[in-house]
Design a protein around this ligand. Structure first.
Ligand SMILES: CC(C)(COP(=O)(O)OP(=O)(O)OC[C@H]1O[C@@H](n2cnc3c(N)ncnc32)[C@H](O)[C@@H]1OP(=O)(O)O)[C@@H](O)C(=O)NCCC(=O)NCCS
Length: 166
């Protein structure tokens, strides 16, 4: 069964291995914990969980929840939801970031995972639409967005700015 579970201390061993292996930056999906040690991940996880409650946030950051995408007993993806937007997010990354591990790509998990987090976003975010951004050279992500009801609101040289109606 495919489900999203917020980052939590009970699952730390699997969460650790997954987060450690996400690249630093793939298509704009940023992982500040790439290559982190197991010891340091204890504090990182505390920060990740606190951020969800609006605590321990860097200046100018909004509350954000990190979810892991579980397929039965395995973590196959990570998806992040920013609870509302500030100017830099409106003109930038929007509400959602998402990542599927390379060995699980091309099987529909990105599309289904985005659908699951969009359902959560509909209940959480303050804005009328879910804001997303995708690099123009990332057709898989654009397709996943469009399949979840997204439409291209505008574009610049590098990116499409997609929105999904609530
Ligand atoms: C983008 C990403 C989440 C897609 O995950 P995924 O599990 O492979 O997505 P899906 O399997 O649901 O595929 C989505 C669509 O893209 C298509 N697709 C997959 N790889 C593709 C590629 N290299 N080129 C073109 N289309 C591609 C799929 O066929 C599917 O379309 P279809 O249903 O019409 O066949 C994944 O590649 C990833 O994590 N990339 C790194 C981080 C990232 O880019 N995050 C998004 C930032 S906006």
């Amino acid at each position: 069964m495919l489900r999203l579970k917020p980052a939590n201390t009970d699952d730390i061993e699997k969460e650790y291995l997954f987060v450690r292996d996400i690249p630093k930056d793939e298509n704009g999906y940023i992982n500040e914990y790439h290559g982190i040690s197991r010891d340091d991940f204890v504090d990182a996880l505390k920060t990740i969980i606190a951020n969800s409650q609006g605590e321990m946030l860097p200046d100018g950051y909004v509350p954000a929840t990190s979810y892991f995408l579980w397929n039965d007993d395995d973590i196959i993806g990570k998806l992040d939801l920013r609870h509302y937007l500030c100017d830099s997010l409106i003109n930038g990354a929007g509400h959602i970031g998402y990542y599927i591990a390379p060995e699980h790509r091309g099987k529909g998990f990105g599309t289904r995972g985005l659908g699951l987090i969009a359902d959560i976003a509909r209940k959480v975010i303050l804005e009328e639409e879910i804001y997303l951004r995708v690099h123009k050279d990332n057709p898989a992500s654009l397709k996943a967005m469009l399949k979840n009801g997204g439409y291209i609101h505008h574009e610049d040289e590098q990116s499409y700015f997609v929105r999904i109606k609530k």
